[in-house]
Write a protein that binds this ligand. Structure first.
Ligand SMILES: [Zn+2]
Length: 401
C-alpha cells in the first residue's frame, strides 16, 4: 500500500520513501514505494513527473492500493529520494482550482453544468451540458477572477452525504465510497474532487478564457489559469507588438488598419481584373478569328507562357463567353508546372471535353478533373505540352464528328 503524501502535503516538493518493489516491463521500470508525493492523475488532472533517485519518472498510475511510478531507469537501495517537477505540478494546481472557480461561477450565475474537464499542458478544456453563450462565459470569467482577488481558502473537507447532496454543484459518482472528498471555496464553489489544488484562490493568479466551440449539444470552453494564462498573454503581447510594428500603429488601431488594407486589396483586385480583361481582349479576338472550324464549333488551342492560373481562367472565360460555339484548350507554364484548362460555354450541352482533357493531363503526368464543359488541372512534364495539346485537339475533333 502506498501512502498518498500529496494529499497531506500538497506543497512539498521532495520526499524520502522505502522501496517496496521494482520490476522491468518493456525497458521501463515499475517502482512501488511505501509513500509518495507523485499524484497519479485523475479528475481531469494529469499525473506528476519528476525523479526518483535521479531516475526520470515518465508516468504515475494508481493500481488498487498502490501507486506505480514508471521510470526510464532503475533505482538502487532501500531508501529512495523523490523530487517533483514542481513547475508542472504547481501549474496543474493553479489550473485545477482555476477551473473549479470558473465552473462554479458558470453554475452559480447561469445554471450551466460542467460535464467534463481536462488539463492538457497549458490548456484546460471544459464541456458544458447546454450551450454557453459568450456573455455568460465572460461573466463567469469575471466572477472567477473576483474570487481570486478575494483570496479565499480552498478547503478540503469530508462532509456527510446529506450535506453533499444539498450543497454540491455536482454529485459524486454513484460508486463513490464515503468519506467523499469535497473542495470548498466559501461562497464560490463546493464540488467533489480527487485532484491536488492550490490552497487559496489568490494563488491561481488569473483565469483567462481563450476560446469556445459547439460540442455535443453543449459548449467546449478552453481556458488557462495561473502561469499558463501568463504565458499565453505574453505570447499574445509579442504577436501584438509585431502587428503594431508592421502596421505602424498602436494596438488599438490594428483593426482599423486591417479594414483599410482589406478595402485596398479589394480595389486592387477589381483593378487587376479590369486590366487583365483589357489586355486579353485583342488575344481573344485573334484566337477566335484564327480558330479551326469543325462543324458548328470553333476549336482554339493556345499556350500562354509565364502566365498565372487566374490569367488562363480569364482568357478561357472571355473566349467561351464571346463565342458560344467555341471550345478552348488553354495551357500556361510557370515555375509551379503546367496549368491546363479545357471547356466550352456552359450552355453547350452537346460537348464533353473530359476525354480530351484526360488524355492531355495524362501526357503531362498530372492530376485534375471537372465537368463536361470545364476541366482543369496541373501537370509536370512541360516538355510534353505540345504533344498533349495536339492529342487533346484530335480527340475533340473526333468526338465532335
Ligand atoms: Zn476538480
Amino acid at each position: 500500500m502506498t501512502a498518498k503524501l500529496f494529499y497531506d502535503a500538497p506543497y512539498a516538493k521532495e520526499f524520502d520513501a522505502e522501496l517496496l518493489s521494482q520490476s522491468e516491463h518493456d525497458g521501463k521500470f515499475h517502482i512501488i514505494l511505501d509513500r509518495t508525493l507523485f499524484y497519479p492523475g485523475g479528475g481531469g488532472q494529469p499525473c506528476d513527473t519528476g525523479t526518483l533517485d535521479g531516475a526520470e519518472v515518465l508516468e504515475v498510475i494508481e493500481h488498487g492500493e498502490e501507486i506505480i511510478h514508471i521510470t526510464a531507469s532503475p533505482v538502487e537501495g532501500k531508501m529512495i529520494h523523490g523530487v517533483l517537477n514542481w513547475e508542472k505540478r504547481f501549474g496543474n494546481m493553479q489550473q485545477h482550482l482555476g477551473e473549479h472557480l470558473f465552473a462554479g461561477a458558470l453554475w452559480n450565475l447561469h445554471h450551466i453544468h460542467t460535464a467534463r474537464m481536462r488539463i492538457e499542458g497549458d490548456n484546460v478544456s471544459i464541456d458544458t451540458d447546454i450551450p454557453a453563450d459568450i456573455s455568460a462565459i465572460l461573466e463567469a470569467e469575471s466572477s472567477a477572477n473576483a474570487a481570486i482577488w478575494a483570496d479565499i481558502p480552498a478547503e478540503v473537507i469530508f462532509p456527510d452525504m446529506a450535506e453533499i447532496k444539498e450543497l454540491a454543484r455536482k454529485l459524486p459518482p454513484e460508486n463513490a465510497v464515503p468519506p467523499v472528498r469535497i473542495i470548498k471555496v466559501e461562497g464560490v464553489d463546493y464540488v467533489p474532487c480527487c485532484g491536488v489544488h492550490a490552497s487559496s484562490t489568490g494563488q491561481v493568479g488569473l483565469v483567462k478564457v481563450i476560446s469556445c466551440e459547439n460540442h455535443k449539444g453543449g459548449s467546449r470552453i478552453y481556458l488557462r489559469c495561473g502561469r499558463a494564462a501568463y504565458r499565453w498573454i505574453t505570447s499574445l503581447y509579442h504577436e501584438v507588438r509585431k502587428a503594431e510594428s508592421e502596421l505602424v500603429c498602436g494596438y488599438d488601431g490594428i483593426n482599423d488598419k486591417i479594414a483599410i488594407l482589406k478595402s485596398q486589396i479589394h480595389a486592387l483586385k477589381s483593378q487587376n481584373e479590369a486590366l487583365t480583361v483589357r489586355y486579353l481582349k485583342p488575344l481573344v479576338d485573334s484566337l477566335l478569328s484564327h480558330a479551326e472550324v469543325c462543324g458548328q464549333f470553333k476549336i482554339i488551342s493556345h499556350v500562354m507562357n509565364q502566365s498565372s492560373q487566374d490569367e488562363i481562367k480569364h482568357l478561357f472565360k472571355l473566349i467561351t463567353d464571346k463565342d458560344k460555339d467555341s471550345i478552348a484548350i488553354i495551357a500556361g507554364e510557370n515555375e509551379d508546372g503546367v496549368f491546363i484548362m479545357a471547356g466550352c460555354n456552359k450552355e453547350n450541352k452537346n460537348v464533353d471535353v473530359r476525354p480530351a482533357f484526360r488524355k492531355a493531363i495524362e501526357i503531362l503526368g498530372g492530376k485534375g478533373g471537372g465537368s463536361p464543359f470545364s476541366a482543369q488541372g496541373w501537370g509536370k512534364n512541360s516538355e510534353a505540352l505540345n504533344t498533349a495539346m495536339n492529342e487533346a485537339v484530335n480527340i475533340l475533333k473526333n468526338n465532335i464528328k
